[in-house]
Design a protein around this ligand. Structure first.
Ligand SMILES: [Zn+2]
Length: 449
């Protein structure tokens, strides 16, 4: 909807300490890559950031009548970006006992079957997006189910909130129960209809979404590749080399392919805006292919630990000699939290277990600018700068008594960010702004249901 020419711009200003990035802290010195403005002003007009800098330098630039909201004890950041998550699995988070393949059979498929009902899909989509905003996450790459109505419900709710989301219908034509399988042509036609309805509509973007190579025939994967060529700017998301039993199964199903990644590459699915979930059991040749193709890996540490899948080799992936784009994923329902702070907590531990140290600036880069870059959306989201979309979260590093006493000992912004990522969760998200609008306020009185 466009405003009449006479409508005044919608303006607001946020003031407080702020962090963002001027460079990639995996390629540059992390402390130099991090921008820290101890008393910043962010000016927002019609959903975009127009000014960002020191409050003292910008105070005279605030247009008269602009409301200024101050968060002196918090940290303003770009909203978090989740590059791999399944909204229909929210109801089955924390499902006991299994590893990947049995977990899919026992918990995931029955849960996803319920999304044939559009009312149920709408209810879960609403709850999921509300939880994302409570976690400070403003953009995500989201799997729906095989049912087109699950996609419709998700985009409808995202459009209502005006969140920038990437999502798509799961393609799955084999090795799944009745009611959860499509056909190569049926999946193609349904996807194309959804693309025409939602891709580029407002802030919504479409991802062609074959679940993984075991649940799609070669014919379906080839058609997914041809779908990607039908419209500009489409995304592709799937899973890659998460679990050893899964990798062995793919080798049996596709004996002619050199590797799991090659199954997707052969179908034309590996390129810019392709996001491959996990990528744990991969080799140097796979990393080189990802780098050359420009695709991204979604690192999902809470999920990998929960399902016992293995340890992602983050620092091998981002090796400056051939860096692969990496974002963070919560991977609900195998992941155990929608919070990127909790996800960073586990990412730090996984890095430690591989003998590496995840610097807080590198961590927050993954959760914001790096995630945006892995989705090729870094010209719109992921940093605080003029021209960027005003998706922001306000982090409270003293949200709990434990955090408050630890924060007292912090002498640097890096240390304070480390406290947030190790001890923080949704309680540390004071507020979330989407396109300049306040959509989550932790301290507001609860609304009537
Ligand atoms: Zn997943």
């Amino acid at each position: 909807m466009t405003s009449p020419p006479s409508a005044p711009p919608r303006r607001r200003a946020l003031r407080g300490p702020a962090v963002t990035f001027r460079a990639d802290p995996f390629l540059d010195d992390p402390s130099r890559a991090l921008v820290h403005e101890p008393d910043a002003l962010i000016l927002v007009e019609d959903g975009h950031i127009t000014r960002f800098g020191a409050f003292d330098a910008l105070r005279d630039a605030i247009p008269e009548g602009t409301p200024v909201t101050s968060y002196p004890d918090c940290i303003l950041s770009a909203g978090f970006v989740d590059t791999h998550v399944h909204y229909p699995q929210l109801p089955m988070i924390a499902a006991y006992g299994e590893q990947l393949l049995e977990w899919l059979e026992r918990y995931t498929f029955p849960t996803e079957a319920r999304f044939a009902d559009p009312v149920h899909a709408g209810q879960v989509a609403r709850r999921f997006l509300r939880e994302l905003l409570r976690a400070g996450t403003t953009s995500a790459a989201v799997y729906c189910t095989v049912h087109p109505q699950s996609v419709e419900a998700f985009f409808a709710e995202s459009a209502r909130l005006n969140t920038r989301m990437v999502a798509g219908k799961v393609l799955m034509d084999r090795n799944a129960p009745d009611g959860l399988r499509d056909t190569p042509q049926g999946g193609y036609d349904e996807s194309l209809a959804l693309i025409d309805r939602w891709h580029g509509r407002g802030r919504q973007l479409y991802a062609v979404t074959p679940r993984f190579a075991a649940t799609s025939t070669e014919e379906q994967l080839d058609l997914a590749g041809s779908l990607l060529r039908q419209r500009d700017g489409l995304f592709m998301q799937t899973h890659l080399s998460e679990n050893q039993a899964e990798v062995d199964w793919i080798r049996q199903l596709f004996p002619r392919r050199r590797s799991y990644l090659d199954v997707y590459a052969h179908a034309g699915l590996v390129g810019p805006r392709s996001v491959l979930g996990h990528g744990i059991h991969v080799d140097e040749e796979n990393f080189c292919t990802c780098h050359a193709a420009g695709c991204a890996l979604a690192h999902c540490p809470t999920s990998n630990l929960f399902l016992g899948s293995g340890a992602f080799r983050l620092f091998d992936a981002v090796d400056p000699r051939r860096p692969v784009r990496v974002g963070l994923g919560t991977d609900i329902g195998a992941g155990t939290s929608l919070s990127q702070l909790q996800t960073l907590n586990e990412a730090y531990k996984v890095a430690q277990s591989t003998g590496r140290r995840l610097h807080p600036a590198q961590a927050f880069w993954l959760a914001t600018a790096g995630g945006a870059r892995s989705l090729y959306l870094d010209d719109r989201i992921g940093t605080i700068a003029p021209g960027m979309e005003a998706d922001l979260c306000v982090l409270d590093p003293r949200a709990t008594p434990l955090m408050a006493q630890r924060a007292e000992r912090c002498e640097t912004i890096e240390d304070l960010l480390f406290v947030l990522m190790m001890l923080g969760d949704d309680r540390s998200v004071r507020a979330t702004y989407v396109a300049g609008e306040l959509l989550h306020d932790r301290d507001a009185a609860p609304q009537a249901a």
